[in-house]
Ligand binder design. Structure first.
Ligand code: NAD
Length: 555
């Protein structure tokens, strides 16, 4: 039995705050050496901390010093998660102050590595795990969460983590990371965020054999059993957290499309891999057109890959072309997919449902290079998770066909990218307007420096979520993603474009999120999808909701 007799009961201060050691062990309240002299007296902290009171800036400097001493990115990730477990306010302050350095650590590409190693680097649980043992009692499991006013849930079943495949319950790193971005990038309060992993098993043999795997060691649940499980989850969420937006993340592609179709009209939900990716890529295309001075309706887009990302981008690009006057069938006809079997064409009999709207009349074409030659695309977008598929002949061909080809190599993590920034710029002789899913360093070619944009979904989803919270949106619509896309593209400066960069600097992310949230809330109000009356000054209302990670006084 643990020694419950000699341990002091939890200390509570006069104001109802935890006090003493319990306060130091509460990451949402802890300030570490940042507690002031007055707080140390009032909250029974005397003697429990080193005497010197440090400013938050000094604590940031200490954190960054140690962060930079870590010699691997995974080591840096573990360092940051440990900080999140100790002192949440400082964690978000560090991220905000060093966003460009932090983003590749707390999110892609390092989060991918972290998920692959999750069972091995695991220290403390974060978020909720729901398994088939919880059938019939999911509402109780949700009620175990420590906060009652949850506004954003990011949920995965771990079947398709980034481009890394089935990582089962080890995929929890993704909802945790995405919600950190909601707070860092858009100021959604940490207590309003809930990461959830639906552990429905895994078909990943090496995880099933790994003694340190954290999930249930069973094959994936499928069919009616899976659908019933998800249905109970959805109902439980609506009962326990009725104001929560549910972001679906990294589901395998058959389930992702089905679940989005099934629930999008019934609850406040979206799929970031489909809709968020669509919006961020379209914003990149809009920015690229500011460089080429081309028209969206004149573009032909060829995708390498035909999954969630490809369909999401093709859907929103089609809508945007229609909005600019092209008939829908012509707009769809401008989007072409190549999958593992070649060009997606009407005569094929092996196509999954989500590919059918983009299966056009054309003779079969076996590979991507041949498809480039046959279709003469103005843009090629890599979303297949297959590295090195934008080969030198492919880049040379699009550069021969276009003055300034759009080349987006979006597969994550870096190891899966269709080509590197250096390859795109070198092989195209500086003509390519390049963006990638994971970050690449600037490239200097013949004395000119090109800055690759990162088509990071973090430009879009935090703002969409903040807008949804601000107006208690009942449904998330495609129009909201479309306005998010336009808003983002309009925030790219002429200076960025001159360097070939099609997304704004990440240092502007809070401004970007506030602008997107305002635009999304505006759509919600105009379409009667807001749960509350439109505030007189919408932008001011949105900004007033944004959490800033400064220490509050507790005395
Ligand atoms: P998905 O599993 O739904 O789709 C992958 C597609 O690639 C499938 O259609 C598959 O048939 C196709 N494919 C497989 N092998 C191929 C080959 N050899 N040639 C052509 N096609 C092939 O996955 P997804 O959600 O569409 O994501 C795909 C990739 O895009 C991932 O690497 C993911 O990380 C990346 N992604 C990037 C961003 C971003 O940069 N913002 C956003 C979303 C997804």
């Amino acid at each position: 039995m643990p020694d419950t007799k000699t341990r002091k009961p939890v200390r509570i201060s006069r104001t109802g705050m935890p006090a003493g050691v319990d306060l130091l062990h509460d990451p949402s309240l802890n300030k570490g050496t940042g507690f002031t002299e007055e707080e140390r007296d009032a909250l029974a902290l005397r003697g429990l901390l080193p005497p010197r009171v440090h400013t938050q800036d000094e604590q940031v400097a200490r954190t960054m010093g140690n962060f930079r001493l870590k010699d691997t990115d995974l080591g840096k990730y573990v360092h940051m998660i440990a900080l999140q477990d100790r002192n949440e306010t400082l964690f978000y302050r560090v991220i905000l102050d060093h966003l460009e350095e932090m983003m590749p650590i707390i999110y892609t590409p390092t989060v991918g590595k972290a998920c692959q190693e999750y069972g091995h680097i695991f220290r403390r649980p974060r978020g909720l795990f729901i398994t088939k043992r919880d059938r019939g009692r999911m509402t109780n499991v949700l009620r175990n969460w420590s906060y009652v006013d949850v506004r954003i849930i990011v949920v995965t079943d771990g079947e398709r983590i980034l481009g890394l495949g089935d990582l089962g319950a080890d995929g929890m790193g993704i909802p945790v990371g995405k919600l950190s971005l909601y707070t860092a990038c858009a100021g959604v309060h940490p207590s309003q965020c809930l990461p959830i992993t639906l552990d429905v098993g895994t078909n990943n043999e090496s995880l099933l054999e790994d003694p340190l795997y954290i999930g249930i060691k069973e094959k994936r649940m499928r069919g009616q059993e899976y659908d019933d499980f998800i249905d109970e989850f959805v109902h439980a969420v609506r009962e326990v957290f009725p104001h929560a937006l549910v972001q679906m993340e990294d589901f395998g592609n058959t389930n992702a499309f089905r679940l989005l179709d099934k629930y999008r009209e019934k609850m406040c939900t979206f799929n970031d891999d489909i809709q968020g990716t669509g919006a961020v890529a379209l914003a990149g295309i809009y920015s690229a057109l500011r460089i080429t001075r081309g028209k969206l309706t004149d573009q032909t887009v060829l995708f390498q890959g035909a999954g969630e990302a490809a369909v999401g981008i093709a859907n929103i690009t089609t809508s945007a072309m229609v909005a600019e006057g092209l008939p829908e069938n012509e707009a769809r006809g401008r989007q072409w997919f190549v999958d593992s079997k070649g060009l997606v064409v009407k005569s094929r009999t092996d196509l999954a449902d989500h590919k059918l709207p983009y299966a056009h009349d054309h003779e079969p074409v076996a590979d991507f290079l041949a498809a480039v030659e046959a279709l003469k695309p103005t843009a090629i977008i890599g979303v297949s998770g297959q590295p090195a598929t934008f080969t030198q002949p492919v880049i040379e061909a699009v550069s021969r066909l276009n003055e300034r080809p759009i080349v987006f190599s979006l597969s994550n993590p870096t190891s899966k990218s269709e080509c590197t920034a250096e390859e795109a710029y070198t092989w195209s002789k500086g003509k390519a307007i390049f963006a990638s899913g994971s970050p690449f360093d600037p490239v200097t070619l013949d004395g000119k420096t090109y800055v690759p944009g990162q088509g990071n979904n973090a430009y879009i989803f935090p703002g969409v979520g903040l807008g949804a919270i601000a107006c208690e949106v009942r449904r998330v619509t495609d129009e909201m993603f479309f306005v998010a896309s336009k808003t983002l593209a309009n925030l790219v400066s002429e200076d960025d474009l001159a360097k070939g960069r099609v997304y704004p600097s990440l240092t502007m992310i809070r401004e970007v999120s506030a602008a997107i949230a305002t635009a999304v809330a505006e759509v919600a109000c105009a379409r009667d999808l807001a749960g509350k009356a439109r505030p007189a000054d919408l932008e001011e209302h949105v900004r007033s909701q944004m959490y800033v990670p400064d220490y509050e006084s507790y005395v």
